[in-house]
Design a protein around this ligand. Structure first.
Ligand code: ADP
Ligand code: ZN
Length: 609
């Protein structure tokens, strides 16, 4: 067994290495299985949700096995984070990519041939280079790790043609185990990964996709910007992502939040590479709390302490909603996922879907969108719906951490109102748009109402009991249910569909789900439960400041120094000695040596003051 000089004594047994290297006493579910499979030399397919702790599954064997573990990962921007994270625990890691300077490259090559690297990160493109394949034959390799393995499948959502060449590893080095990891795999993608990589009778580890520390909420989306700004007040100083669909809405929202004094930055494919990178770095380094982004943002970040993800527009599919919300709370601490939903957003997305040329893609996208609409408008536990998408059944009746289970929703009957609305459309010969119909219902005094004599209709003003927002919402709802439709063109009018008859004449009922605003957000864990006193909060802020300055000194993101979870445990237990410090989850030998002292000093100082 090779010796990694960073660790004292015998780090060769699994539990011992888990503690010395990572500072953990126990494995997360499935980590042990995955680690054992690799150590036995078996191929592995591990399907674990984001935050499930995939990196430990290969980093731990990499420390224990002789030779270098080759890790294929799709993005260069991720590589630096992964290398930083591994090095912070004393693991000898490096990456090989086209942006390296000649000196850096020579250094990596030297370390490789000396056998003094535990991990080497590379991008899939490298496999196409002759020189690289030659190198793989020459050096001592312990295993090959394929991260984000779903990129090999066209059925997944991040297909990367370069991944197809990765099975070459089986021919170049048939002697080493191959371990594939992914956080997204329907059965079809799972099958595809095994086939395309040519895994040899792999051990399959499939973790639950439940993320117990995430709370899911759907709220009615209001017009205007006030709602989002107010919502963000619930997360003072905390890091979060706001997803929007278009570049313009990303820019506008980021500017609006900045105007209100928040440190918010935009991220989308229309920005220059430098600006995107700069904004992402500021977010990762905790110089900006909020990133407002299109879905272009996400895959390239490992930031573990994202405390909220807000979708300010409707997501494209349940799959993407799950992945995007999955970026919250990777450290296992409570985090919230909020979807602001308005049925009025649907036509905008439909517009893009309808423009798709490939028929199969179009119908798949439409079905995906409709599942999201059903998710948002239903009163079934959100967690249950999400897990159902991964063909997993949720065992509990009440998850206690979604808006449905927390009882912040109510179902309201709006059959009578629907009849009023439909009559108003009939009485005006289906020649008017939503705005005018709403004016008519609430008894508005507009020029058009007077011009057409609509104030003399018996439906004029029958809907006074509700405001305009209510009526707009009901129109959207009835459009989704195919009771009414909007015509195409510049001035869309509303007309009835067949479904309207059952409501007007027959006994069809209409119900809408409403958020009880007074109760919204109630019962949802706010930040960490461990911070009970003012002193706790003060200490946490000091810890964060210290973490930030240590991180800056070393040029790494703050969460690489210690995760939020580790800081919270320090607050709860207030360790006084190095031994006590070592018993905190996330404090291994190397981090204790590097950061233990200053944190112990802060704790001592806070006890005195
Ligand atoms: P993934 O790559 O699956 O999203 P990571 O490898 O980034 O997950 O791990 C997520 C977080 O979980 C990290 O903060 C990591 O330190 C923590 N973690 C991993 N394994 C354990 C464990 N056995 N005990 C406690 N925390 C763990
Ligand atoms: Zn629930």
């Amino acid at each position: 067994m090779k010796h990694n000089p960073a660790f004292s004594g015998d780090a060769s047994s699994i539990p011992d290495a888990l503690h010395r290297v990572f500072g953990f006493r126990t494995f997360r579910p499935n980590q042990h299985e995955a680690v054992s499979a690799i150590l036995e030399g078996r191929d592995l397919l591990a399907i674990m949700p984001t935050g499930g702790g995939k990196s430990l599954c290969y980093q731990l064997p990499a420390v224990l096995m002789p030779g270098t573990a080759l890790v294929v990962t799709p993005l260069i921007s991720l590589m630096k984070d992964q290398v930083d994270g591994a090095r912070a625990n004393g693991i000898r890691a490096a990456s090989l990519h086209s942006a390296l300077l000649p000196d850096e490259r020579a250094e990596v090559m030297r370390a490789l041939s000396e056998g003094s690297l535990d991990l080497l990160y590379v991008a899939p493109e490298r496999f196409a280079l002759d020189g690289f394949q030659e190198l793989l034959r020459r050096i001592r390799i312990s295993m090959a790790v394929i991260d984000e393995a779903h990129c090999i499948s066209e059925w997944g959502h991040d297909f990367r043609p370069d991944y197809l060449s990765l099975s070459a590893i089986m021919d170049i080095r048939p002697d080493i185990p191959v371990a594939a990891f992914t956080a997204t795999a329907t059965r079809r993608v799972q099958q595809d990964i095994m086939q395309k990589l040519r895994l040899r009778n792999p051990v399959i580890v499939r973790a639950s996709f439940d993320r117990p520390n995430l709370t899911y909420e759907v709220r009615e989306k209001h017009r205007g910007e006030g709602q989002l700004a107010a919502l963000l007040k619930e997360f003072p100083g905390q890091a979060g992502i706001v997803y929007r669909t278009s570049r313009k809405s990303v820019n506008d929202t980021a500017a609006m939040l900045q105007k209100r004094g928040l440190r918010a930055l935009p991220y989308h494919a229309g920005l220059s590479d430098e600006e995107r990178q700069r904004n992402q770095d500021a977010f990762i380094r905790e110089e900006a709390e909020v990133i407002v982004a299109t879905v272009a943002f996400g895959m390239g970040i490992d930031k573990s302490n994202v405390r909220f993800v807000i979708h300010a527009d409707i997501p494209r599919s349940i799959e993407s909603y799950y992945q995007e919300t999955g970026r919250a709370g990777r450290d296992g601490e409570p985090a919230r996922c909020i979807l602001l939903f308005s049925p009025g957003d649907i036509p905008k997305v439909r517009f893009f879907i309808d423009a798709m040329l490939d028929e199969e893609e179009r119908s798949r996208s439409l079905a995906g969108l409709m599942k999201v609409v059903a998710f948002a408008s239903s009163t079934v536990c959100r967690r249950q719906v999400l897990l159902d998408h991964f063909e997993e059944s949720y065992p509990k009746e009440n998850c206690a951490s979604c808006d449905v289970c927390l009882g912040t929703l109510e179902v309201v009957d709006c059959t009578l109102e629907s009849k009023m609305l439909l009559s108003a459309i009939v009485r005006t010969d289906a020649r008017f748009g939503a705005g005018h119909i709403v004016d008519l219902l609430v008894g508005g005094d507009t020029k058009r109402i007077r011009e057409f004599g609509h104030d003399r209709l018996n439906v004029y003003g029958v809907g006074k009991g509700h405001d305009r927002t209510y009526w707009r919402r009901l129109i959207d709802e009835l459009v989704v249910r195919k009771v009414i439709a909007r015509s195409e063109g510049l001035y869309p009018v509303i007309y009835l569909l067949d479904g309207a008859l059952g409501i007007l004449k027959g006994g069809d009922r209409v119900e809408m789900v409403r958020v009880l605003e007074k109760r919204a957000g109630k019962g949802i864990p706010k930040g960490s439960g461990t911070m009970e006193t003012e002193a706790d909060r003060v200490l946490f802020d000091r810890f964060r400041a210290l973490r930030k300055s240590l991180a800056d000194e070393q040029g790494v993101p703050p969460y690489v120094v210690f995760s939020d979870r580790t800081l919270h445990e320090m607050i709860a237990r207030r360790p006084k000695s190095r031994e006590e410090m070592l018993s905190i989850a996330g404090v291994g030998e190397v981090k204790l040596g590097r950061y233990g002292g200053p944190f112990l000093d802060l704790i001592t100082a806070s006890e005195k003051g």
